[in-house]
Design a protein around this ligand. Structure first.
Ligand code: ZN
Length: 292
């Protein structure tokens, strides 16, 4: 059994609606309060998206900086920002907040998500036998990936490499090989359920396909997340094979846990990890493991 400590990154909001789970945090204060509660529950990293108070995506760099400074006031969590998903079209605009963080250590995120490939993220509805949208391609060319990684490196923000499919993982390997992403690299395997077909299913086999292709010659810490479904199957594989966990109500409402808040989800997965004989890493331990 693997005895390594587990890093829990809580994914608090994404661009998810409160119609799915009323506990989704939107404002900087709500996100910071969520950080405080999730740290107590066992998280060591918080991943967030800036939102307007009505829940719409916010791409205002000042809001990102405000969120980071408020999280730092209330917790010692490692802070991981989004670059905005398909909601920001221009490559340079996607790092406007990251570039602004450069000379402001208290307002600078420790890490940010870099999706290292392209995929279709439209949702298919098996009941109506229709796609709910037909043009949601999440487009990240190699040129885009290199530009984003470079902007992060210049700002002192470590990229976490999100992989939706195996070719993403091969690209992650190449970016580490180039030295543009430093070791230990942090790789996030993103599984897809709920009709999203652009990633592996969150099953034992979906997870093992990634793990069998993990670049063995690179120093990598890896974590699992699941968009649109319960993380448990991938979490079980990760806990067995030395991976880490990235749950949160931003990805899935968790009806199985009675639509909990983020801290309850963290607590659930922390207990699952302990059940596998793996203690939870605090934020200092996670910093060491990730080379921050
Ligand atoms: Zn995100």
């Amino acid at each position: 059994m693997n005895k390594k400590k587990t890093i829990i990154m809580v994914r608090v909001n994404e661009y998810t609606s409160r119609e799915l789970n009323k506990n989704i945090p939107f404002t900087p204060d709500e996100i910071a309060e969520t950080a405080r509660e999730c740290e107590k529950a066992g998280a060591s990293i918080i991943h967030f998206h800036a939102r307007k108070s009505n829940g719409d995506p916010s791409h205002d760099p000042e809001v990102y900086l405000e969120i980071v400074s408020k999280i730092r006031e209330r917790s010692s969590l490692i802070i991981d920002s989004t670059l905005g998903q398909i909601t920001v079209k221009n490559t340079k605009e996607r790092t406007s907040h990251i570039r602004k963080m450069k000379d402001q250590p208290m307002k600078r995120a420790d890490m940010a998500a870099l999706d290292v490939g392209s995929t279709n993220i439209d949702t298919y509805d098996y009941k109506t036998k229709k796609f709910l949208s037909t043009n949601k391609t999440y487009h990240n060319s190699i040129e885009t990936c290199l530009s984003l990684a470079n902007d992060m490196d210049n700002a002192g923000v470590k990229p976490h490499l999100t992989c939706w499919t195996l070719p993403f993982l091969r690209t992650a390997d190449a970016l580490i090989d180039m030295g543009i992403v430093k070791e230990p690299a942090f790789v996030q395997l993103a599984f897809c359920e709920g009709g999203i077909l652009g990633g592996h299913p969150c099953t034992i086999d979906g997870a093992l396909a990634f793990i069998r292709m993990m670049p063995v010659k690179k120093i990598i810490e890896w974590t699992v997340t699941c968009k649109g479904g319960n993380l448990i199957p991938a979490a079980a594989v990760a806990l067995e094979h030395g991976g880490h966990l990235s749950p949160g109500i931003g990805d899935y409402a968790y009806p199985e846990l009675k639509y909990p808040d983020n801290a309850k989800v963290v607590k659930f997965f922390a207990n699952l990890s302990r059940g596998y004989g793996r203690d939870i890493a605090n934020s200092d331990e996670a910093r060491l493991m990730l080379g921050l």
